[in-house]
Design a protein. Sequence first.
Length: 311
Amino acid sequence: MYESLFLIFLAVTGTSLAGSVKIIKQGDEALVETLGKYDGKKLQPGLNFMIPFLEQVAYQETTREQFLDIPPQTCMTRDNVSISVDAVVYWRILNIEKAYYKVKNLQSAMVTLVTTLIRSEMSKLKLEQTFMARSDVNELLLQQLDIATEPWGIKVTRVELRDIIPSLFVREAMELQMSSERKKQAAILTSEGQREAAINNAKGEAEARILQAKARQQAALLQAEAQQQQQVLNAKGTAEAVSTLAKTLESDPYATEAMQFLLAQTYLDISLKMGGEGKGTIPDPRQIPATLDGVRSLVSQQNNGKVKQLS
């Protein structure tokens, strides 16, 4: 009998000793209640002892940063468009007593609060603004959640809207609008390209014509200069030939007859050529001696005049 009582005592004592020892992990805290009442006792990380049967751990939670996944919520924008929005909230416990005693089911309360604020902010924006003002909405939600959750002893560190998805009908309408905008932009770009090409072609043709005109002008100037130089050279050659001929006439007594013969032959060649081209008449052979006599007489008169001048 005594052995049975001793065994019962050891079992009760062992259970009590085991229940009086509590190990808390690093980063966690625990609240201890004495006979159901919290007297401010908290268990810190490490080995802790409690009074068996009188004290018990009421709440244990980590003080490290946590994230809260907000499921997709149906919202209405200011222009009455239905969209689905989900988010993620990062938070941590600053005061474990408030987190447990000021609100029941902390995470559920936070989800309800976040979804309410998201719907409120989305209702203030048009559909186009919801995509562009994402960062602004995140900042507003962070400020409002930080104020609303302060009595609960927690700190909201970051809020991120992940997906903003319009309804299927709205997405189809947006795709049609985007397609029409792309086609319009493509048509504008095509017309601008054609206009630029036409302008460039016109400029090219104008420049080509200007270059051709300049080239023709340059060619005409070069041709005129060449003709002028040719005329100058011909004049110099003629002057030199006349000078040589005059010297020969003065020094050779038979040069006069040779000159008469050459003039007569030249006259005949010119007359025959003009007759062949239809610009004159072929001289009558019977008139050639008389013509030659006239030429000789003209040359003789010129020579006599030169002799008189020299004398």
